[in-house]
Design a protein around this ligand. Structure first.
Ligand SMILES: C[S@@+](CC[C@H](N)C(=O)[O-])C[C@H]1O[C@@H](n2cnc3c(N)ncnc32)[C@H](O)[C@@H]1O
Ligand code: SF4
Length: 437
């Protein structure tokens, strides 16, 4: 029997991989899903002009703080980061930025329900610097009483004292970059420490009483065996995690892994079948362990991790970007701070002069439409009526292809196969809507 989980994503036995691929390539990133919305991007404007005379609405927003430093660079990663540790000066800059942006009434008067420290590796900031930044957030912004504050961290840049100190300042969600517990996998990905060391550290952090503690898992890395995946799934079962993200390895051209393993990036029916096998085993094991799929790349224990930061973003809430290399969106304007520290510092002289990309309707509505797909359901509610007919027709075909389950209460929940192809589905359906506007 099919049971529909809280998130709307169906929990069903995993079907075998079908040779008939619904799409020739698997899109693995949500950035791919929003590409079809590009024609709704109007051009550039300044933040000051865009927010002038705009009044803050009560919809909770998120704050994204980017800490673009890593002590060492992993073999697979080409995120917006640089090698090194932040000096105290970086925390000063973040606080200066908070002071500057909150001079804009629209930013100052909003309510903020989630704060996310991402990177890079935010835990490379020293304990006093993290404390100062957390305190400054409370000073400058209206944080909701139930604000979710997430810290992303590697295992090696965090210790119990640092974690205790940030918990005392309000951090209530920790996302640990584990990637894999398997020693060969760890060496291949360029991660420090062996699997036993990782497990011991996760246990020690968990013992401090932080309930919402989760981790990132990478699967489908070169030559990953069934045994290696089973090792990871057993370790997840042992640790009392609130949730975990599951990322299929993307080999990016400029990463170190690309030198020896670029061929692994090719997508063929055989590699996709293997990717599906690993993915479906993770979903099955996760469900057996009491996790449910919250979002295309996230399994959580019900009630323990709502991942409010991503939920707010996908519901169309603003995200205020802070820090070098941070990206966000305010009142429909997309923003990206420069990653280079000089340019970022210089930009603090005039935050109202920052340039962003403006969008026009129905960009926001379609962003919410794509956001709902990320959370496991195709819903017609945000879609302009002119596109309903075409969208319904396509969704019925996708039901026949076993990517969606039949329409119920105004939405089509994704099947496990639909979750696997979720970014393709989102991009295709967004494209379908765009054609019929
Ligand atoms: C910005 S990183 C921050 C985590 C932290 N710096 C760490 O690595 O411990 C967020 C996550 O993105 C995932 N990630 C980064 N590059 C990836 C890639 N090329 N393919 C798949 N997942 C990737 C990793 O799981 C990583 O933990
Ligand atoms: S995976 Fe994390 S620690 Fe490794 S280089 Fe990327 S951001 Fe830095």
């Amino acid at each position: 029997m099919t049971t529909v989980l809280h998130s709307g994503i169906s929990s069903v036995p995993m079907p075998a991989f079908s040779e008939e691929l619904p799409y020739p390539r698997r899109k693995r990133s949500h950035h791919d899903a929003i590409m079809p919305l590009q024609p709704l991007c109007d051009g550039t404007g300044t933040l000051g002009e865009h927010l002038k005379d705009r009044i803050a609405d009560p919809q909770p927003r998120a704050i994204y703080l980017h800490i673009p430093f890593c002590r060492r660079i992993c073999h697979f990663c080409n995120m917006r980061r640089m090698k090194g540790s932040p000096e105290s000066h970086y925390a000063d800059l973040l606080i200066r930025e908070m002071e500057a942006v909150t001079r804009i009434p629209y930013v100052r008067d909003g309510m903020y329900g989630a704060v996310y420290f991402g990177g890079g590796t935010p835990s490379t900031l020293s304990t006093p610097d993290l404390q100062r930044v957390l305190q400054a957030l409370r000073t400058h912004f209206n944080l909701t009483d139930d604000v979710e504050i997430t810290l992303e961290s590697s295992l090696s840049d965090l210790d119990e004292d640092k974690l205790k100190a940030v918990m005392a300042e309000g951090v209530n969600r920790l996302s640990l970059g584990v990637q894999t517990f398997h020693d060969r996998g760890r060496r291949l990905l360029g991660r420090l420490g062996d699997g036993d060391w990782v497990k011991a550290r996760v246990r020690r952090f968990r013992d401090l009483g932080l309930d919402n503690l989760g981790m990132d898992l990478i699967y489908h890395y070169p030559m990953q065996s069934d045994g290696e995946l089973a090792h990871d799934l057993a370790a997840i079962a042992e640790l009392d995690l609130a949730g975990f993200s599951l990322y299929s390895l993307m080999i990016r051209e400029k990463s170190r892994l690309a030198h020896e393993h670029m061929a692994h990036a090719a997508q063929t029916p055989q590699t996709l079948a293997r990717e599906w096998q690993l993915f479906s085993r993770i979903l099955e094991a996760g469900q057996r362990q009491g996790f449910e799929v919250l979002e295309l790349t996230k399994m959580v224990k019900p009630g323990r991790d709502r991942y409010r930061y991503v939920a707010l973003r996908y519901q169309g809430g603003d995200t205020l970007p802070l820090g070098a290399g941070a990206g966000g969106r305010l009142a429909g304007m997309m923003l990206m701070n420069p990653l280079a520290l000089d340019a970022y510092t210089q930009g603090l002289e005039s935050v109202t002069g920052r340039e962003g990309m403006t969008t026009r309707p129905p960009y926001d509505a379609l962003y919410r439409f794509i956001g709902a797909i990320q959370f496991g359901r195709v819903t017609l509610e945000p879609v302009p009526e002119a596109a309903h007919g075409a969208l319904l027709k396509r969704c019925e075909q996708l039901v026949d292809q076993a990517l969606l389950t039949p329409l119920k209460d105004g939405c089509y929940p994704l099947t496990p196969k639909g979750i696997f192809w979720g970014n393709n589905l989102a991009a295709e359906l967004a494209g379908c809507v765009m054609e019929h506007l």
